[in-house]
Design a protein around this ligand. Structure first.
Ligand code: HEC
Length: 195
């Protein structure tokens, strides 16, 4: 039962792109006290109900404790250092909606991004996203920018975990918007390998 719950949590974690350290911290905090409790020598038999209470108790305590870990709490943005010469304001707007949530220095953090472990997940997407390409650090070379059109065409960006369950509906691109955006990006320098 507990194993099933554990496996299910990891599966959900992978699906939404949890950073690896989250499994270690959360896993240790929940697994260790639960196992200690379950295997501790005792006179009478341990009932399933009691084991479950121990598991959920450890989970609740863990959720409280991890709120004190600072990672993901700093929601300040670095200064904007230049942007591509967008071919039109409309191209920029579509990019802002769909991509600036992770690839810019104008990230707007939703309220739930203050709650661990969601805050860790959000922060790790933004850190990794900015590392790949930051459309507001245009004063330095953004190595992966030339993949921009490609990732939109093949549908890998924005990532599915971002728009899943109806989250960020304003950031999901319709087919018409994708066509429009790609035309706009073809006319913007630096968005594909041929520029
Ligand atoms: C929820 C955050 C998020 C959003 C929104 C997002 N990205 Fe990304 N992006 C990432 C992350 C994380 C990576 C690096 C790891 C990966 O590939 O998943 C990445 C990688 C990339 C790369 C590097 C190539 C690659 O496939 O690894 C490009 C180019 C890119 N994104 C463009 C975009 C564009 C264009 C949009 C908008 C249409 C967008 N991204 C929206 C998080 C995001």
């Amino acid at each position: 039962m507990i194993v099933v719950l554990g496996v299910a949590s990891v599966a959900v974690g992978v699906l939404i792109g949890m950073p690896p350290f989250a499994y270690i911290i959360i896993g240790l905090l929940i697994a260790v006290p639960t196992l200690v409790y379950v295997y501790k020598p005792r006179e009478n038999v341990l009932t399933n109900a009691k084991a479950l209470v121990a598991f959920f108790g450890a989970t609740a305590a863990t959720l409280l404790i991890i709120q004190f870990i600072p990672y993901g709490k700093d929601h300040s943005n670095p200064p904007v250092n230049g942007e591509p010469a967008w071919s039109s304001p409309r191209t920029r707007k579509l990019m802002v909606n769909a991509c600036f949530g992770c690839h810019s220095n104008s990230v707007e953090y939703p309220a739930y991004a203050s709650i661990a472990p969601i805050s860790w997940m959000v922060q790790s997407h933004i850190d990794k996203g900015r590392e790949e390409v930051n459309y507001q650090e245009w004063n330095s070379r953004q190595g992966e920018a030339e993949e921009t059109i490609e990732v939109i065409e093949d549908g890998s960006m924005p990532p599915s975990y971002y728009t899943m369950f109806g989250k960020h509906p304003e950031d999901r691109l319709t087919n018409a918007e994708i066509t429009e955006l790609i035309a706009g990006l073809l006319a913007t320098e630096g968005m594909n390998e041929n520029d």
